[in-house]
Design a binder for this molecule. Structure first.
Ligand code: KG4
Ligand code: ZN
Length: 346
């Protein structure tokens, strides 16, 4: 029988303090998330200093709960995993310090995980059949990447955003129309009452690349529309506006993804990241994949947004590949996908 590897994983890169225990990268024994959304909502976005302070308050109770929910003690754990980048530096530091302290005190291996690798790996949890190679679209608050997952831990970036991330565009437009933070889920909900064809916004694209994205032009078009309506004293139908904006984002994401699928004749496609919980994107991507006979994977909405289960999954494959980090592992705010820090022993 395959040896069971139980990983205690920690995630604190933004405004969620999370810990989880995952067996062999796929079986979830616990999943604890303490979200700070209510605190940051007051400020209209994540305040990094407040996020770091809250992580410090929350990290120990969250880790202890992850162990007790799994009915385990520290002795049962085979390795400690943690997100070390990219993200808010002060927020990342709290998780990294916690993981290093635990790994040192318990004499367990330490495995640092890339946050985006975590998001992609969220797809492994509910899909036991999913294995690389496959293509993935990672859409979060900080990232918009079209990626080929060549093998576990090995990624080729095919396209990326030149300016705003998709989630950032959702958050900025939500703020402009007065929906507040976090914008994505609020736009998703309001858009269901609107007509996506009411306003023709430009489809977000880059002229010199089939696979790169650009969302700043679309965001400006929405802001211009709002300003002009205000100058003319016209009432704006917010549901139509956000539905039309969302359609433009979804068209760009699905269009780029399917160009890659068609060009390479791919058979498996997975979405990941907070924006992957968007209902219009899930529906459009599912339809486009079905039309092509491509198997479509998407994590449940709760596993799309930040969590530690996805970190435990990605960590397992790093662990199997022999990744062990040393005590000089540090938080890296701008870590690129595919980049690994010094101190990795294989
Ligand atoms: O992956 P995530 O939790 O954190 C980052 O790594 O950035 O993603 C957060 C982003 C935010 O921009 C949020 O507005 C967006 O994901 N988001 C959504 C939805 N739920 C979260 N965007 C569109 N529709 C949603 N339902
Ligand atoms: Zn994330």
């Amino acid at each position: 029988m395959e040896k069971e590897v139980k990983i205690l994983a920690i995630e604190s890169s933004c405004d969620e303090t999370a810990a989880a225990v995952v067996v062999n990268g796929r079986r979830v024994l616990s999943n604890v998330i303490n979200t700070q959304i209510a605190i940051h909502t007051e400020y209209g976005g994540v305040v990094p200093e407040i996020a770091s302070r809250k992580h410090i308050e929350n990290i120990n109770p969250v880790v202890i709960k992850a162990l007790s929910d799994a009915n385990l003690t520290f002795d049962d754990i085979d390795a400690i995993a943690v997100t070390y980048g990219p993200g808010l530096i002060g927020a990342l530091l709290v998780g990294v310090a916690e993981a290093k302290a635990l790994a040192w005190a318990l004499d367990k291996p330490l495995v640092g995980v890339h946050h985006i690798e975590g998001h992609i790996s969220a797809n492994y949890i509910e899909n036991p059949d999913l294995e690389p190679p496959f293509a993935s679209l990672v859409v979060s608050g900080g990232h918009t990447h079209l990626v080929m997952v060549e093998e576990y831990g090995k990624y080729s970036i095919i396209g990326r955003t030149r300016d705003d991330a998709a989630g950032e565009a959702f958050d900025k437009v939500a703020r402009a129309v007065g929906l507040g933070y976090p914008g994505g889920p609020k736009i998703d909900k309001l858009a269901r009452e609107g007509n996506p064809d009411a306003i023709k916004f430009p489809v977000a694209k880059v002229s010199d690349s089939v696979y790169d994205f650009s969302f700043s032009g679309l965001k400006s078009a929405v802001l211009n529309y709002l300003n002009q309506a205000e100058m003319k004293g016209e009432e704006v139908n917010r549901a139509d506006l956000v539905a039309s904006f969302q359609k433009s984002v979804v068209d760009a994401l699905v269009g780029h993804a399917m160009s890659l699928v068609d060009e390479k004749g791919l058979k498996k496609f997975a979405i990941a990241g907070g924006v992957a919980s968007n209902s219009a994107l899930r529906e459009a991507m599912s339809k486009a994949c079905e039309e092509r006979g491509v198997k479509f994977y998407r994590p449940s909405p709760g596993l799309c947004t930040d969590n530690a289960v996805m970190i435990g999954s990605a960590a397992y494959y790093e662990y199997l590949a022999g990744t062990r980090h040393s005590w000089d592992l540090n938080a890296q705010a701008n870590l690129q996908l595919g980049e690994k820090v010094e101190g990795v022993k294989r």
